[in-house]
Each structure stands twice: as C-alpha cells, then as structure tokens.
Design a protein around this ligand. Structure first.
Ligand SMILES: [Zn+2]
Length: 58
C-alpha cells in the first residue's frame, strides 16, 4: 500500500498516511493531531510504493 504525504495547515505539521490509491482519490486523510480534514493538503511528490519487482529477463 502506498504511503502518501500530507501537510496540515492547522498544526503546521506534515504527516504521512498509508492508504490505497482508491481511498486516496475518494477522500482526504485526517490529521493525526487535530483530526481535521479540511486543513489538510496533499503533498505531491514522492510516493513510497513498495514493489517487489520480478524481472523475468534477469
Ligand atoms: Zn492538524
């Protein structure tokens, strides 16, 4: 499951949340500190997806 980066404007703290791509599209993450969703903004950038690559040509 990918980990997404968020930033809470209320707390002025970044946080990350593990959720599926579907969840990420459908709803905003909740800040773990203030539990607001309206003050949270998505951080575009790196998504840490753990993929086990099977290289058949290797
Ligand atoms: Zn917050």
């Amino acid at each position: 499951m990918p980990e997404y980066e968020y930033y809470c404007r209320h707390c002025r703290q970044p946080f990350s949340s593990m959720m599926s791509v579907k969840e990420h599209d459908e709803r905003m993450a909740e800040c773990p500190r203030c539990h607001k969703t309206k003050e949270v903004e998505k951080q575009i950038a790196h998504v840490n997806t753990v993929t086990t690559r099977k290289s058949a040509t290797w």
